[in-house]
Design a protein around this ligand. Structure first.
Ligand code: URA
Length: 441
């Protein structure tokens, strides 16, 4: 089988066989298929697309390119969650302990952030002592003992995706729905989850800017699940403005703790309840989403989610006093107010710009090796739909190194659009795609 023929066949819009896809991916992983050939093939996929069957074959070929984590030693249906990423997205910090407190085991491998905000692991590391590097056995033992763990990737997970993503990044082939769907799902499947709940973010601060493309991506990932025997539910949710108030590592941990105490921002709590309800349903812990939601709310109000977070932090070597008293988490030396330049209504907040502003303060990485400043970030005080008077605080800038403060202020002011007309509050959840079909909210 010649790689040339596989590229040509896809370029002509024909469906590749299971063997052709497998040969291509394994050859690429071993270094036998050249980067330029793989890039040409990725471009052909961008232009011609892939069927659901081809996308599932690509997913499994990539998943099998490295270690496949075996979580069968964990009792129950292991349910994982993944977000396509957004600004202020600290959902996992709330959801993992809350869902575990309701009886569904959550064995989560997370990543570090690159670009405009830290990842879940970076946020967790604001808690002194907490370790995210665990062996597979420690990971499994912890989930069996307390019901949840959030760790960095163990072993050599999905090397084909790492190599392919690096090529896509420099050949204008990132934004292909089958390539994105297979990239995300291959990592979840290699990570050993039985069931997966996805949060496809849509809007200016998200990877997917258009609502229709976001639904297409959600559908593609549900289709992969059906083809490979994993239950998948995929939400499409808003990222036209940051989620919650806080953008920055320790600040987001504090907000997650507040949410687990029942005093979090309403949008964050709502996303957690919606995703959590599907996780409990797929794990078989609740008969349906409505019953699951009640169970989650009871656990939240009773503080069971917070207690579970404390257990998880303790199990991973973190100092739980920082969870009990989040004021002791890393904090910035200065808080600078961003004042509204005019009166009116907040009509839009460019989420990406808020993320970039936080990264410029030191909350995100500019290169893979950047060291994060965990205490800094942006705390939004006004969100879309709010009325403001001239001089009102739009946001607080939590800063240590003030050398880029003027630039950060300018970016944040540019991120806010204030106008005379009132605008409705954003819709938070746009819909849910499951095997049963598409529900638009
Ligand atoms: N996230 C991924 O993991 N892969 C993609 O291709 C895009 C976003």
């Amino acid at each position: 089988m010649r790689t040339y023929d596989i590229i040509y066949k896809k370029r002509m819009g024909q469906e590749l066989t299971h063997e052709e896809i497998d040969n291509l991916v394994q050859g690429f992983t071993r270094g036998e298929v050249a980067d330029y050939q793989m890039a040409a093939w990725a471009m052909a996929v961008c232009l011609q697309g892939m069927t659901a069957r081809e996308t599932a074959d690509l997913t499994m070929a990539m998943a099998r390119s490295g270690d496949m984590i075996d979580l069968s030693a964990i009792r129950g249906t292991k349910v994982d969650k993944h977000s396509t990423g957004g600004v202020g997205d600290k959902v996992s910090l709330v959801l993992v302990p809350l869902v575990a407190a309701c009886g569904a085991p959550v064995a989560k491998m997370s990543g570090r952030g690159l670009g405009h905000t830290g990842g879940t692991l970076d946020k967790l590391e604001s808690v002194p002592g907490l370790r995210v590097e665990r062996s597979s056995q420690e990971f499994i033992d912890q989930v069996n003992k307390i019901g949840c763990a959030v760790v960095g990737q163990t072993g050599n997970l999905v090397p084909a995706d790492k190599k392919l993503y690096a090529l896509r990044d420099v050949t204008a082939t990132v934004d292909s729905i089958p390539l994105i769907a297979s990239s995300i799902m291959s990592k979840k499947i290699a990570g050993g989850a039985d069931a997966i709940v996805l949060d496809v973010k849509t809007g200016s601060g998200a990877f997917m800017k258009s609502l229709d493309d976001s639904f297409r991506l959600a559908q593609a990932m549900v289709d992969i699940g059906r083809e490979v025997g994993r239950e998948v539910a995929a939400f499409v949710s808003d990222m036209d403005q940051p989620l919650g108030w806080a953008v920055g590592n320790a600040m987001e941990v504090s907000e997650a703790i507040e949410t687990l105490r029942g005093f979090g921002p309403q949008d964050l709590e709502e996303v957690c309840l919606a995703l959590g309800a599907q996780m409990l349903r797929l794990a078989g812990v609740a008969p349906d989403a409505a019953a699951a939601r009640k169970q989650l709310l009871r656990a939240l109000r009773a503080g069971h989610g917070l207690n579970k977070l404390i257990e998880m932090v303790e199990a991973q070597g973190g100092d739980v006093n920082y969870i009990r008293q989040p004021v002791s988490l890393p904090r910035a030396a200065h808080i600078v107010r961003l004042a509204a330049p005019e009166a009116g209504y907040v009509q839009h907040i460019e989420a990406l710009e808020v993320g970039v502003a936080a990264a410029m303060l030191g909350a995100g990485r500019e290169t893979k090796d950047s060291v994060l400043d965990l205490g800094v970030g942006v705390l939004l005080r006004k969100k879309v739909g709010d009325q403001v008077d001239r001089g009102d605080t739009l946001a607080e800038i939590h800063v240590n190194d003030e050398s880029r403060l003027a630039e950060v202020q300018e970016r944040l002011l540019g991120a806010y659009r204030i106008g005379a007309e009132a605008v409705p509050k954003h819709l938070l959840m746009y819909g849910l795609v499951t095997e049963a079909g598409v529900e638009r909210f």
